[in-house]
Design a protein around this ligand. Sequence first.
Ligand code: NAP
Length: 219
Amino acid sequence: MSSFRIAILGAGPIGSTLGSKWTKAGHNVAFGVKDPASERAQRLREESSASVFIGSPAESLAKGDIVLLATPGHTVEELVRTHAQLLDHKLIIDATNQLTKGKTAAEGKWSAQEPLNSLATLQTYAPHAQIYRAFNSYAWEAFADPIYQGIQADLFYCGPEGDTQTIIEQLIGEISLHPVWLGGLDQIEVVDNILRLWATLALFQDKGRNNIAFKVLHR
Ligand SMILES: NC(=O)c1ccc[n+]([C@@H]2O[C@H](COP(=O)([O-])OP(=O)(O)OC[C@H]3O[C@@H](n4cnc5c(N)ncnc54)[C@H](OP(=O)(O)O)[C@@H]3O)[C@@H](O)[C@H]2O)c1
């Protein structure tokens, strides 16, 4: 398996869960956060192996060829605009959703802005990047433990076919999920509909954030 330099913008539940598994898989992970001196960043430093870097978004991006976006949705536009040069030509995975944290669950209804993804922003400011949509459609708990009664959950994603797709599938596999490609970026709404389906069951029908993921049955 190849090892990569991965910049993760955001070290909340999503960034830290994926970053920890990718570090264990042998990748060099560099987190970029708003405040690298915060208590949360300090805690992460203590919990992580010595090879893990935690700094500003610019410092993190300078250390990564692959970028995972994992900050609150409302921060993405400014982050991407400010760091456009550092993002362009890279392989970018957008795990962010244009949601206000906790609001959808608390209100018991879908309160998302449309679209959920930041594809238009990324294509505007990083036109040469290879962009994938992945890791946005389940709660972080599914990434921490993707096995449901002995069955490995599928992770649905989209983005360009080719060499970079192999990399994405390796990274999904290292989270212990099974990758299911839904097509190019023209299929991004299909990926985002997985989140809508997940929220309908896990949040609105109260089946639990930790209890829902999907598997394709085929024969
Ligand atoms: N939580 C989930 O289960 C889940 C599931 C799927 C997708 N998502 C999506 O993934 C994204 C991350 O969610 P999350 O719950 O993991 O964390 P979050 O609470 O949305 O984000 C926290 C992280 O983002 C950093 N951050 C905030 N503003 C920033 C800025 N302007 N520049 C750089 N870093 C900034 C914070 O840094 P500081 O600590 O320094 O403030 C912190 O590390 C969101 O878009 C969310 O919709 C979340």
